[in-house]
Design a protein. Structure first.
Length: 116
């Protein structure tokens, strides 16, 4: 009969192997999270650079002048501001529920006849 370790020794060895594998999984997940955060930070920085480029142009600098200073136009355009749509009639804030007209299937309120 082969000499095999007892159950407790086998489980401890298996746990050590799992712990080593989990350490690598944890490291990989942390790297993915850091990469995602860096990507989001880069996108935000590109938008900020585009905004400041637009500010330079609005302040009277030309793209040619900025190029002579060593600047280049950003690859990303500045995000547009959300435009507000114009309403014909502004909604009144009364706090009450809107009045809904009765539907065709609903019976109208009874009317009293004048001669009865």
């Amino acid at each position: 009969m082969a000499n095999t370790p007892d159950l407790e020794t086998t489980l401890k060895a298996a746990q050590r192997l799992l712990d080593q594998r989990l350490t690598v999984v944890e490291s990989h997940k942390r790297n993915l999270d850091a990469e995602e955060a860096a990507r989001a930070a880069l996108i935000e920085r590109e938008h900020e650079t585009a905004r400041t480029w637009a500010d330079l142009l609005a302040a009277g600098w030309s793209a040619e002048e900025l190029g002579r200073l060593g600047f280049k136009a950003p690859a990303v355009k500045a995000p547009k501001r959300a435009r507000r749509t114009r309403r014909e009639e502004p909604a009144k804030a009364t706090g009450s529920a809107p009045v809904v007209p009765p539907q065709a299937s609903e019976s109208p309120t009874p009317q009293h006849s004048a001669g009865v």
